[in-house]
Design a protein around this ligand. Structure first.
Ligand code: AFP
Length: 366
């Protein structure tokens, strides 16, 4: 952690919190995401700049998506596209635009050999004319689509993995197999949130860092170096409308948050946006717990492992938080399919530990 702090301090100046003596150049010496990633690359002697290039492509895809989201009402981009995705969900026009944007930008970076998208049935083998690289990426180009037309915060999520032998992959089936790695193997995870401002939060396994899009520069600027989740929060986030279908452990745990046994303890507040990016962003900043459990209707839960649960678990973990499916850490789940779903409980370490204790008691595993 000391190495991380001095690394951040060396790029932002001052200490790791971003505090620094006035220089008179405030606002003109912004640490952009590109500068931050390039700086990080220097501490890895073996790095050739491939991840830096791939992240530049992802960053551009997020900027293009954000532009479309901001202009959606004016440019007639709200509403359904008239098609469905592999999950059986109706695709919105913006889902398709964001998906195409991510695919084109990532492919043309020439640093990626395999892509998996929420919007695509099969894994995508990158076009070799672009000199494909050693990385694989899973992404949800526009998460929270049902919130699009109401102008509620939505986002993009991505997870990057390394592939041993990209040249050996010749079919989408082989491509899918290569990206089926547990979250712990991830090289980088991140999300962009298109809210009242646009944030991009990433981790390359050395802390979690938040950037805000400066619309006047068109650049993501470092605003939240070394984000840490509070050890305990006061908020729970879950679709309470599904309560009658929950398993006993989830029901019992949430009852305890709403009706604490100790009369002097305050009940937790409920906040649920229904866009994972926005609910996780708030959880990262304010603490608490985000839950999408398995239930009687969806025995594996709703959220997808590769491009929702695992990258968010990676970010939460590197910010000092915890995640579980109820049975194991989300980062340890060995995926068996590219669109696999998992139950999700993640957030402040003490809150998730409380859930695990209730789960163990109810399921007699203690
Ligand atoms: P949509 O993209 O269909 O809106 O789904 C969003 C999402 O995958 C995730 O971002 C939310 O946390 C979760 O689903 C919300 O699901 P419910 O609408 O069932 O609460």
């Amino acid at each position: 952690m000391d190495a991380l702090k001095s690394n951040i301090a060396s790029i932002v100046g001052g200490d790791a919190s971003g505090d620094r003596a006035p220089t008179g150049l405030e606002g003109l010496d912004s640490v952009t995401l590109t500068r931050f990633v390039l700086h990080g690359q220097k501490s890895h002697a073996e790095a050739k700049g491939d991840l830096t290039m791939l992240l530049a492509a992802v960053q551009l895809a997020c900027k293009v998506t954000e532009t479309c989201v901001r202009r959606a009402g004016i440019a007639n981009l709200y509403g359904l596209a008239g098609s469905g995705n592999v999950q059986g969900e109706d695709q919105k026009k913006l889902d398709i635009i964001a998906n195409d944007t991510f695919k084109v930008n990532i492919q043309s970076s020439g640093k990626c050999c395999v892509m998996v998208s929420e919007e695509e049935d099969l894994a995508i083998l990158c076009d070799r004319t672009y000199n494909t690289g050693k990385y694989a990426i899973a992404f949800d180009p526009l998460d929270g689509s049902s919130n699009i037309d109401a102008n509620v915060s939505i986002g993009s999520i991505f997870a990057i993995y390394k592939i041993d032998d990209p040249a050996a992959i010749t079919t989408p089936q082989e491509a899918a197999k290569e990206i089926l790695q547990p979250g712990r193997e991830m090289v980088c995870a991140g999300y962009a949130m298109y809210g009242s401002a646009t944030n991009l939060v990433i981790s390359m396994g050395e802390g979690v860092h938040g950037f805000t899009l400066d619309p006047s520069l068109g650049e993501f600027v470092l605003t939240d170096p070394n984000m840490r989740i509070p050890s305990r929060g006061k908020i729970y986030s879950v679709n309470e409308g599904n309560a009658r279908m929950w398993d006993p452990a989830t029901t019992e745990y949430i009852k305890g948050l709403k009706y604490p046994e100790d009369p002097d303890k305050k009940a937790y507040a409920l906040r649920y946006i229904g866009s994972m990016v926005a609910d996780i962003h708030r959880t990262l900043l304010y603490g608490g717990v985000f839950i999408y459990p398995a239930d009687a209707k969806s025995p594996d839960g709703k959220l997808r492992l590769l491009y929702e649960a695992a990258p968010m678990a990676f970010l939460i973990h590197h910010a000092g938080g915890k995640s579980t499916t109820g049975k194991e850490d989300i980062l340890d789940v060995m995926p068996t399919g590219i669109h696999q779903r998992v139950p999700v409980y993640m957030g402040s370490p003490e809150d998730v530990a409380d859930f695990e204790a209730v789960h163990a008691k109810i399921n007699n595993t203690v």
